[in-house]
Write a protein that binds this ligand. Structure first.
Ligand SMILES: [Zn+2]
Length: 170
């Protein structure tokens, strides 16, 4: 007897699912804006008394030099940006057309704000989750947004089903 689902069908299915998956991943990024912090330059020896680079290579950094450290420009510290872009499917909630959205928005609060639900599989490092939970705000399609409800994540290791609802800053 012939199998109900042929290999050809399976191949087609896998091809389209693969395409769908990569299309979903191509959504506009959500910018996770974190606070920036300063840390000691990892390329030069810090001059504690002068509070700047000593102008000497520390022999373990990525860029050996003579004169002015190319990594910190002689400041002895570098600014670490806590921001990152994540690629996850999202949709704008539309309370005027979708009853489920209307209920959700009324639970979340101010109906004058715009709400967005980001939900999907996120393959990320613990570092990115740290930035996600420490986010000061988010930027999507040029709009500044904040969390409207706590982020949730379910999964193991680096693959998570992640969900968060954002709202425009009031
Ligand atoms: Zn340096």
């Amino acid at each position: 007897m012939k199998p109900l689902v042929t290999q050809k069908t399976i191949n087609l299915y896998q091809k389209y699912i693969g395409q769908l998956y990569s299309d979903l991943k191509k959504t506009t990024p959500i910018r996770v804006v974190g606070s920036s912090s300063e840390s000691r330059c990892g390329n030069c020896v810090y001059d504690i008394r002068g509070r700047r680079s000593s102008g000497k290579y520390n022999s373990s950094g990525p860029s050996p030099f003579e004169g002015i450290c190319p990594v910190c420009g002689g400041k002895g510290v570098v600014t670490v940006d806590g921001s990152v872009d994540i690629y996850i499917p999202y949709r704008w909630l539309d309370p005027s057309k979708n009853e489920a959205d209307a209920i959700l928005v009324s639970k979340l609060g101010d109906v004058k704000l715009r709400y967005l639900e980001a939900k999907g599989v996120l393959t990320v490092s613990p570092d990115i989750f740290a930035k996600l939970s420490a986010a000061v705000r988010f930027e999507v399609e040029g709009l500044k947004m904040v969390l409207a409800s706590p982020q949730t994540k379910r999964g193991l290791k680096n693959d998570y089903v992640f969900r968060m609802i954002l709202k425009t800053e009031g």
